[in-house]
Design a protein around this ligand. Sequence first.
Ligand code: 13P
Ligand code: SF4
Length: 314
Amino acid sequence: MTIKQLQQDILKLKREQDVIILAHYYQSMEIQEIADYLGGSLELSKIAKEKAHSEYIIFAGVIFMAETASILNQDKHVLIPSREACCSLAAYLNPKMVKLFRKKYPNLPVVTYVNSTAAVKAESDISCTSSNAVNIVRNISKEYQVDRVLFGPDANLADYAEQKSKIQTVKMPREGQCIVHSQISINDVKNARKEHPSAIILVHPECRREVRDTVDFIGSTAQMYNRVKQSPSKETEFIIGTEHGMLERMAQDFPNKTYHLLKDDITCLDMKKNKLEHIKHLLEHLDDKTFEVKVPSEIAKRALKPIEKMLKYS
Ligand code: 13P
Ligand code: SF4
């Protein structure tokens, strides 16, 4: 079956049922094209809270994103196209570790990146995304009247939030990192600059500090998208330092600009585990529990508080 045929079947099945599809920018273009809503993790959390009125929500992203949608919509069915679409960054932190950090630093608030499990969120004071991490660290440190916060599991995002907010972050753990963004090196930046000297380089805050310090713009997926969208006509060339799905999106939406990927291949293999065939299967078997992401209500209740607090501060 061709991609076009699969997409047509999906759109037809979607029209006939009470279902909505949310997709992250890192999904393949063919999935992005059939989504009702597309965005970065913060926008998708907001959409899951405010606009997802259907009984079924298909979340084309990784498990922690579907879990967040489930926490915000306990009365709905949240389905993920591939159960194998995990985020390896989330695996760096577990609830036991958070409790140990709390014991060691009893006065400090716990900030956790949404790229964490629901059980970790349940142990946190506030969640954050890469779009709002700096603001969240600033606000929560003010609320607790402290000059340090606990932050996990991404040590690079923690470092970025610390650099910008001037509030120290205790990393939970020190070595937490995204396998996709942390592999981008300073040499990749140097080579890209040499090859495209007039291009503007954008990277995600999950990149390492030495990389972040040499580029032109640091931002979440949505912030990068808006940076390109709002760029003046004299800025024509961009080097994208994040998953290549983002570059494809921008190339489609702003075709009058030129794009290069910061290094040969920047792919999140987990995000790419979701396929059109899986989505069609879900739509044909909406009641198949295998693909339902349901956070147990006791954990969901506790995890809801830090997410709602984040949304309030965003
Ligand atoms: P955004 O919050 O920028 O959408 O990123 C999510 C993510 O997983 C980045 O690797
Ligand atoms: Fe997780 Fe990194 Fe993939 Fe984002 S890009 S989902 S942080 S592994």
